[in-house]
Design a protein around this ligand. Sequence first.
Ligand code: FE2
Length: 227
Amino acid sequence: MKIFNLFPLTVMKDKIIVEDKERNLLVSEIFKMKEQKYKNENSNFAWTGDTNGYEFLFSNNLFKNLSNKISNVIINYLKTLEINTDSLDIYYQRSWATFTESEQSINFHTHSQSNISFAYYLLKPPGSGGIIFKSNELQNEIAKNIFTTSKIEKSLINKANAYNSDKSMFDLEQDSIIIFPSKTPHATAPNKSGKTRISISGDITIMLKNSNGFEHLMPNFKSWTKF
Ligand SMILES: [Fe+2]
């Protein structure tokens, strides 16, 4: 007997080592941003730079070295999907920091305006909250909602595994980066460490260098007409 798992969701994990000196510099820069624009004091939800006026982090030169390293990982992700990166122009469309204090988390959401998204863990104490991915279209869902948590509680499902789960959590260590399709719903688990967790997130847009003969992929914006 052999099991074939078809049509996967590909999530890539890699490691980017940042020297302590650089890490301290970036962390203090993010602290400054958060202090200047913190609308949600005592909120259950993490502070995210994208909705607080800091959605172009990589245009700040301090983040240049890190963004260059992240670019290499993104290229590897595209190559894993056998996408010919020579045919593409690839852009960081947005990039921002997330700042999560004790018990805070981020609800499920997607980044539907982009193609690929990532999270890099600049400051990630143990227990400060993993990233949870969710599927809205389970390939194996042979009956509607048969794999929900309550079906495990009622012993209809013996145990959750990769074949029957609609959620999967990665609780990665500091300096890890995780890459995934932007359309994938994701959330973060509450920070139970009592310490601050800081991640750098970003959205990537890909477009054809030359759209001649292509119907559906994004043509290069340099050929668009503004009105
Ligand atoms: Fe996100």
